[in-house]
Design a protein around this ligand. Structure first.
Ligand code: IFM
Length: 470
């Protein structure tokens, strides 16, 4: 019998900028990404997103693919500058109308829309007023969220505030690899992060106060959870403690982004690590940030394996050269689907939704007209079997969203990385379902009962009740 509950959400996820295209249509304003992609040399192959998957025009076809896949949930993101071209003030009805059609199209097919309110397309007009460095950004975001919630909450109940603040804050403002392409000192990066956290909190309050139907609200940080090198009591204890820690000057951790939101304070170790650069919250900020949530979204791709000698900075990327990897070079570690939910549920006490998980592969259309992505087929099997293991261990896991439906614009990697269950021919827009599409479809149809168990899964050492954050 399948351990997946009968109402488990089997889904896929996409984001507006990565698939929509039509960047100059129907009054859409520019985002920081429109500005960034114009820079020479920052995107692989100088890829642009003005067409991407042309989902803005082909959304009905894409909804049909979702229906063929058999998902009961689809996570989309709304492009802020489509709704408010200047970021605040004037509302663009045609932008709202697009999402209106999409949401209705999903509902007709029995697919529940999960709406993510921010997947990195920050309005350029507001960037020119200081972006996330301006404290007003928190209010700007909440005002935009109100417009979206007023329009869609008669049909949408599932909301996600932010996708991966680690990425849009640290990749965008410290490393400069993502829009807006800044290289700021830590003090300013952390200030931008503080305003983003405040924006999250204000948005949660806004959704709760105005939603027409009782909302189910979550937040989806990137989740580079630490994994035990061996399944020993000692390594599991180290992995748990590292998963909840800020060990060195980096924003690629969970605690900096989750402790404020769920526990109401910045983590003490992080404050120590960042020292004088740590933000000084204004009175009331931490209460505003830590609004009760209904679920924690985890974006699970990879994580370091830790033990007594490989921890903190030493654990960052210690996989041997011959370890299985994605086309991106990320180590494939299916046990992240067991330990990620297990550790984060223990630490934060919230129901878990896997808000993203997927693999980039070097996929192409074969002579028989199909796309044989065996690596992704295997990846899905192993990862879902490990998720099953976490459910069996007692974690309340409500859903799984595979990243992603279609090959799409992969940010700084442009069109080089293919993550889709469906192959996109970017010259013609033609969609070709890959072998993994059929595989995931069959798993969904069986509610996971056809997944292997037994030899794929984790029997935990007897340490669970004693785990503490050190
Ligand atoms: O494509 C991205 C997505 O936008 C955010 N999470 C990771 C994916 C793969 O890199």
């Amino acid at each position: 019998m399948s351990p997946f509950p009968a109402d488990f959400r089997w889904g896929v996820t996409t984001s507006s900028f990565q698939i929509e295209g039509a960047t100059e249509e129907d009054g859409r304003g520019e985002s920081v990404w429109d500005m960034f992609v114009r820079r020479e040399g920052v995107i692989a192959g100088n890829g642009k997103a003005d067409v991407a998957c042309d989902h803005y025009h082909r959304w009905q076809e894409d909804v049909d693919w979702l229906s063929k896949l058999g998902v009961n949930a689809y996570r989309l993101s709304v492009a802020w500058p489509r709704i408010l071209p200047e970021g605040t003030g004037r509302i663009e009805q045609r932008g709202l109308d697009f999402y209106d059609r999409l949401i209705d199209g999903l509902l007709v097919k029995g697919i529940e829309p999960w709406v993510c309110l921010y997947h990195w397309d920050f309005p350029l007009a507001l960037f020119n007023r200081g972006g996330w460095l301006n404290r007003d950004s928190a209010r700007w975001f909440a005002d935009y969220v109100e417009v979206v919630v007023r329009r869609f909450s008669d049909r949408v109940t599932q909301w996600i505030t932010f996708n991966e603040p680690q990425v849009f804050i640290s990749e965008g403002h410290y490393w400069g690899r993502h829009a807006p392409g800044l290289h700021l000192p830590w003090k300013e990066v952390l200030l931008a992060g503080h305003h983003a956290l405040l924006a999250h909190g204000y948005a949660v309050s806004a959704i709760r106060s105005i939603a027409a139907k009782t909302p189910f609200i979550g937040y989806a940080p990137a989740s580079p959870v630490s994994l035990p090198a061996l399944n020993s009591a000692e390594d599991v204890a180290i992995a748990y403690s590292e998963s909840c820690a800020v060990t060195h000057e980096s924003l690629w951790n969970m605690a900096w982004w989750l402790d404020p939101v769920v526990l109401g304070h910045y983590p003490a170790d992080g404050v120590k690590v960042f020292g004088a650069n740590a933000p000084s919250p204004a009175p009331g900020d931490m209460e505003a940030i830590s609004q009760p949530l209904d679920f924690l979204g985890l974006n699970l791709y990879w994580g370091p394996r830790v033990d007594t000698t490989h921890r903190g900075r030493e654990a960052v990327w210690t996989y041997p050269a011959d370890h299985p990897r994605t086309a991106f070079g990320w180590a494939i570690v299916p046990e992240i689907m067991h330990w990620g939910p297990r550790f984060m549920a223990k630490r934060y006490g919230l129901p878990i939704v896997v808000a993203e998980n997927g693999i980039s592969c070097l996929d192409f259309v074969a002579t028989d007209g199909s796309v044989h992505d065996g690596a992704r087929v295997d990846f899905i099997t192993r990862h879902l079997a490990m998720l099953q293991s976490a459910i069996t261990a007692g974690v309340d896991i409500r859903g799984y969203f595979h990243w992603t439906l279609l090959d799409n614009f992969e940010w700084a990697d442009g069109y080089k990385q293919r993550f889709g269950l469906i192959h996109t021919d970017f010259a013609t827009g033609t969609r070709t379902p890959k072998d993994s599409f059929n595989h995931y479809r069959d798993i969904i149809a069986a509610n996971g009962a056809n997944l292997p168990s037994g030899n794929i899964g984790i029997t935990e050492p007897d340490i669970w009740e004693k785990l503490i954050v050190t």
